[in-house]
Design a protein around this ligand. Structure first.
Ligand code: G
Ligand code: G
Ligand code: MN
Ligand code: NA
Length: 254
């Protein structure tokens, strides 16, 4: 595949970057955490969206090298910001399907965290429901160990997968991220509101944090606050930003 080849060269030529999108407290708007989002800036050829090139990487084995780059870069960046005294913001990393089939993925994460002298509270993990349900016992044991060491583990795109609610009691998770498809129309759509209210209820009863994704305007913010979401992430507060811009933002807060 031509795109897979371009991507392989991009990895070698340093064309990849992590962007960061803050998650804020729903009530105060205070920045709490950062989600790391992979971006590709080709020196030649057209731009490719993350959705597209991550899917291509998933179909080849490139996803492992790409994923390893992401987790090490996130650890490096977190260590740097920590050393600079730029506040205590956790960086959350996305893991895709194939990565989570291999226990080595989490071993490399732990190795990188050790290399940069990070604690389990410095880095978080985001997994989708479909990915979690396919995780084998070895991976689940590793996730449980990380969970017990205090690492935050979020279910991404919650409510859009194929799994049943029973996994919420089996799997080591600390947060639910309500998919932005529910948030988008919620102000005028009672069904979306009902699903979000139910998610907040079940999440809180299970002791989980609930994050509303894709909040783009005041109406959506008002609603997710009323419904009791703990954290908010979306363009209304911040778009994903380069490391340089994120650093400026965090520097202005200390
Ligand atoms: O940032 P954006 O919405 O364009 O991301 C598109 C998709 O790519 C989202 O589903 C997001 O979770 C995923 N994604 C972004 N960065 C990473 C990454 O570093 N690793 C993996 N596996 N997926 C990512
Ligand atoms: O699948 P995941 O939730 O990890 O994907 C996050 C993606 O959502 C990122 O690509 C990010 O760019 C995108 N995103 C973040 N905030 C908003 C928002 O307010 N509106 C929309 N449409 N996309 C958003
Ligand atoms: Mn995510
Ligand atoms: Na999501």
């Amino acid at each position: 595949h031509q795109l897979a080849e371009r991507l392989q060269n991009a990895l070698r030529d340093g064309e990849l970057a992590l962007y960061y999108q803050p998650q804020v407290a729903a009530g105060s708007g205070r920045i709490e955490n950062l989600e790391a989002l992979l971006r590709w800036f080709p020196k030649e050829g057209g731009a490719v969206s993350p959705g597209e090139f991550i899917a291509v990487a998933e179909r080849s084995n490139l996803i492992h090298r790409l994923g390893d780059w992401v987790l090490c870069e996130a650890c490096r960046q977190k260590a740097q910001w920590k050393a600079m005294g730029l506040g205590d913001y956790r960086i959350d990393i996305n893991f895709s399907g194939k990565q989570v089939t291999q226990v080595e993925t989490f071993k490399r994460l732990e190795a990188c965290m050790e290399e940069y002298e990070l604690s389990p509270r410095d880095i978080g993990i985001e997994l989708t429901e479909n990915v979690l349900i396919e995780a084998d016992d070895q991976v689940l044991d590793t996730l449980r160990r990380l969970y017990h060491r205090g690492m935050k583990i979020a279910i991404d795109d919650f409510g859009t997968g194929y799994s049943s609610l029973s996994y919420l009691k089996q799997f080591p998770v600390t947060a639910l991220k309500i998919d932005r498809s529910f948030v988008r129309d919620a102000p005028s759509n009672p069904s979306d509101q009902a699903i979000m209210a139910a998610t907040v209820f079940i999440g809180h009863r299970l002791g989980l944090e609930v994050v509303a994704e894709g909040v783009e305007n005041e109406e959506q913010l008002e609603l997710v606050r009323e419904l009791g979401c703990d954290l908010v992430q979306g363009y209304y507060h911040f778009k994903p930003m380069s490391a340089t811009d994120t650093q400026k933002l965090l520097g202005g807060l200390v």
